[in-house]
Design a protein around this ligand. Structure first.
Ligand code: HEM
Length: 509
């Protein structure tokens, strides 16, 4: 452990390895990858460049399914899996240490700087051991529930900020660029959990260090596209690589400063023989055998994975609620009757509300923030849909197209949270929409993300009626690694709902 006092550290995981199942004699009858429809690289490039799919690759999944069926080889030798049944078949045969494939874009800077890998970038046995440590205090709903109090503090600040912004507008209720506000909310929320420190993202004046950190994250993400697309030899000639690396430097230096500060605090307490108690970072630093290098890498990756995902989902949710007043009314009915108006919901209370959960579930169906995921099968051949694929085959999952498969989701373009209610109706095939992934490599932050979204949505809808701004028009989703709106979303947060006014008075005055 980076800090120790003889506490039990979590040791390597001793899971017995499963012998890869030998394929049966029936294997001879399986067809091969060559028998599948192939999308030629030129075709793909044509569609991307001339048909404008370069930033709408998720929509291309729908077209490709119509043209090539549920499984085909796409331009860059990736096997596209485009039906829930085939996806289930493949994921149930996943490796003991699943892999999503090449992560060099995220690892190069760390290799250059002697930094470690986290859950996103690590592979094999080391990844497995890392996840065993990171999952604790995070993955189980009971673990994430302990962060309800911290998240509610952030929600309270977010409410204040929304009230402040709406009163600045000429109409007295318009909040411009809601995505940006949710970004700040998500960054503040996840940092409060991971660093056990408030960054001040929701303050009127963002502290200088926090501002630089936010710019570094934006810089790293925005230069990752040209860096990935351009050849390595161009790096010394063009500015992109240098700026990309500067982004990573800013991110790591900020994270290290906060983590080092926590380590010092803990060490001081230990020196005085005082008890060490705290949240997630304290747990990693004091109760596990993770090295400081691993803690820097893991915390940084958790943070990066936990901001755009949650914030964009919240943006899409409010967008859909503003377009579907009946759904919003039903949600309001649920949140306003579930608790007294002056009571702030706890994690346990908020996760019990079926319609609130269904609203988020439906948003993630229509806007799976990670619209394409995949697996690289390194260990052994695998059969799917009657085809045999050799080891080292890469599979790409067309989650977006599956989410709009009308056999699984009737009226797929309609926002219908009801389809997720467990009130006797037939449940959709669960593999039609798996926004947090699947299995041991699935999203580690799922429960925290859900909790953040439930708590903030509960309080927003209890207070305001969210209305579309006619000038904004319809939003389309574009793919920037995650699905984001193609333009800014401005929304009216109309009239403070009467029931909540006393809550407001109680909380803020
Ligand atoms: C709406 C919110 C979120 C969505 C939709 C989402 C979705 C996903 C998906 C699809 C994956 C890939 C899973 C797979 O390959 O099977 C993933 C992985 C991951 N997510 Fe999330 N995520 C969200 C929020 C978060 C948050 C809040 C955190 C951090 C606390 C987080 C941390 C991670 C990490 C570290 C991984 C990599 C796990 C691994 O490779 O072992 N995510 N997420």
């Amino acid at each position: 452990c980076p800090i120790s006092r003889g506490q039990a550290c979590i040791r390597g995981v001793g899971r017995t390895s499963t012998t890869p199942g030998a394929l049966s004699a029936y294997q001879d009858k399986l067809r091969t990858m060559e028998d599948l429809p192939h999308v030629r690289q030129l075709e793909l490039l044509y569609r991307m460049v001339f048909q404008g799919f370069h930033n709408r690759l998720h929509e291309l999944q729908i077209l490709e399914k119509q043209l090539y069926g549920p499984i085909y080889v796409s331009g860059f030798k990736v096997v596209a899996v485009n039906s829930p049944q085939l996806l289930e078949e493949l994921l149930r045969k996943d490796q003991k240490f699943p892999s999503r494939g090449d992560m060099t874009l995220w690892t190069e800077y760390r290799d250059m700087s002697g930094l470690g890998y986290g859950p996103f970038t690590e592979e094999g046995e080391r990844w497995y051991q890392l996840r065993a440590v990171l999952n604790k205090r995070m993955l189980h709903p009971k673990d994430s529930a302990q962060y309800g109090g911290i998240i509610n503090e952030v929600v309270a600040d977010f409410n204040k900020r929304i009230r402040y912004l709406r009163q600045l507008s000429p109409t007295g209720d318009l909040v411009p660029d809601v995505s940006k506000e949710f970004y700040m909310f998500s960054l503040e929320g996840i940092s409060a959990i991971l660093f056990e420190t408030r960054l001040g993202c929701l303050e009127e004046e963002i502290p200088a260090g926090t501002g630089e950190f936010i710019s570094s994250i934006a810089q790293m993400f925005s230069y990752s596209m040209p860096v990935a697309a351009l050849p390595k030899w161009s790096r010394s000639l063009l500015p992109y690589w240098r700026r990309y690396i500067a982004g990573w430097e800013g991110i790591f230096s900020f994270a290290k400063t906060l983590i080092n500060k926590k380590m010092e605090d803990i060490q001081q307490r230990l020196d005085k023989d005082q008890d060490v108690q705290g949240g997630y970072l304290t747990y990693l630093l004091s109760y596990t055998q993770m090295s400081a290098k691993d803690v820097y890498a893991s915390i940084t990756e958790l943070l990066l994975a936990g901001v755009d995902t949650t914030s964009n989902t919240l943006t899409w949710t409010l967008y859909q609620l503003s377009k579907n007043p009946k759904v919003q009314d039903r949600l309001y009915e649920e949140v306003s009757t579930s608790l007294p108006a002056d009571q702030i919901p706890t994690a346990a209370e908020v996760t019990r509300l079926p319609y609130l959960r269904a609203v988020i579930r439906e948003t993630l169906r229509m806007y799976p923030v990670v619209p394409m995921n995949g697996r690289h099968m390194t260990e052994r051949p695998v059969s799917v849909g009657g085809y045999l694929f050799p080891e080292k085959t890469s599979f790409g999952f067309s989650h977006y197209a599956m989410s709009y498969d009308q056999d699984v989701f009737p009226e797929p373009f309609t926002f219908k949270p009801e389809r997720w209610l467990r009130d006797g109706r037939q449940k959709p095939n669960p593999f039609g929409s798996i926004p947090f992934g699947f299995g041991v490599r699935g999203c580690v932050g799922r429960r925290i993300a859900e909790l953040e979204m439930y708590l903030v949505l509960f309080q927003l809808i209890r207070q305001f009626e969210v209305k579309a701004n006619p000038r904004t028009g319809d939003l389309k989703s574009i793919n920037r690694t995650v699905l984001v709106p193609d333009k800014k979303l401005n929304l009216h947060f109309a009239g403070i709902r009467t029931e909540s006014f006393c809550l407001f008075l109680k909380t803020f005055l």
